[in-house]
Design a protein around this ligand. Structure first.
Ligand code: SF4
Length: 325
């Protein structure tokens, strides 16, 4: 079996006869595949590993913001003792240990920690740390700050706040390619990207700036999109296209979840975004699918996709879909 395939045969006696040619004498007619290419990226795995390691020592541990954009995983870690706090609570905390998640933080967070005698457990993803470093050096290399540092990213997103913080808040954030028209093309531009943005959007922005930049100004760009996300796009499209129904498991706050789910929808309109097994509805499986694919974002835990598979099996076994609709 290919590495990216975990297939479970499903038997649904009440539905035999609705699955066309797949139905066999034993009632086995469908399959559920969990995409093993989905799930935590390296940065998130590392941050959760650090949290678990610290929690094992039995000391109180705070996390600045949700450790991952998945409420189920946050809940699991909170049961182990991880306390999630926001920036306001962080500013009032003293003499404590705080984990900084994979998204990273601006320099002001580190200064605040120092002032309040907070021990930082820094779980910023190395890819993000490297990007922060590049942006800081870009900013410092232009003491008169005439160059526009532009970040293709989501305004207010934790990673983007961390990146903008490297420029003392002066970087310009653009969320969509059409916002590039607001830049000043008479001045130099240095373009970067949040790690989870789409490659296509980035290419469009590069193209637009190239076409409009004044001959008296310079334009440099760095494709800083993380391949842990970008490489998943062709894979997830292929995965979604070969199943009749796709369940995409992701927290509603996950940026890359939205992007990857969008990719599923472009190739399979029977793709459903769910946060947990309780959101799976019997109506998803009408007309009855020959195969069901379960996949997710870089913030989706494997155990949650497994629970979704169990829930699908329960629904298909116990519910007569025609009467449930
Ligand atoms: S998506 Fe990439 S940059 Fe972001 S946390 Fe994961 S590995 Fe790091």
């Amino acid at each position: 079996m290919a590495e990216n395939q975990q297939v479970a045969q499903v038997t649904a006696p009440s539905l035999v006869g609705r699955a066309g040619g797949e139905s066999s004498g034993g009632g086995s007619f469908g399959s559920i595949e969990i995409d093993t290419g989905s799930g935590f990226c390296h940065g998130v795995t590392r941050a959760i590993g650090k949290a678990e390691e610290e929690l094992q020592q039995g000391q109180p541990l705070y996390c600045l913001g949700d450790i991952v954009h998945n409420s189920r995983e946050v809940e699991r870690l909170s049961q182990l003792g991880l306390v999630t706090i926001d920036h306001k609570e962080f500013s009032q905390l003293h003499d404590a240990k705080v984990l900084l998640r994979a998204h990273g933080e601006p320099p002001s967070t580190y200064s605040q920690a120092e002032q309040n005698h907070i021990t930082v457990v820094d779980a910023t993803c190395p890819v993000v740390l490297h990007l922060q470093d590049r942006i800081r050096r870009e900013y410092e290399s232009d003491p008169s700050h005439t160059r526009q540092i532009v970040i293709f990213g989501k305004r207010g997103h934790a990673e983007v706040l961390g990146l903008v913080g490297q420029t003392e808040g002066t970087a310009i954030v653009i969320e969509k390619p059409d916002e590039a028209s607001q830049l000043d093309f008479q001045r130099d531009i240095a373009l970067y990207s949040q790690t989870t943005k789409s490659l296509e959007g980035f290419r469009q922005i590069v193209e637009y700036i190239r076409e409009h930049i004044s001959p008296n100004a310079t334009f440099t760009y760095a494709d800083t999109i993380c391949r842990q996300v970008a490489n998943r796009m062709p894979h997830i499209r292929e995965f979604a296209a070969r199943h009749d129904v796709v369940l995409f498991v992701s927290g509603h706050k996950s940026s890359n979840g939205r992007v990857l789910f969008g990719e599923c929808r472009t190739v399979n309109e029977r793709s459903f975004l769910i946060d947990s097994p309780t959101e799976i509805e019997a109506s998803f499986f009408d007309p009855f699918p020959h195969s069901i694919g379960i996949c997710g974002a870089t913030s989706t835990p494997k155990w949650l996709m497994e629970l979704c598979r169990e829930r699908v099996q329960e629904i298909l076994k116990d519910v007569n879909i025609s009467s449930a609709l």
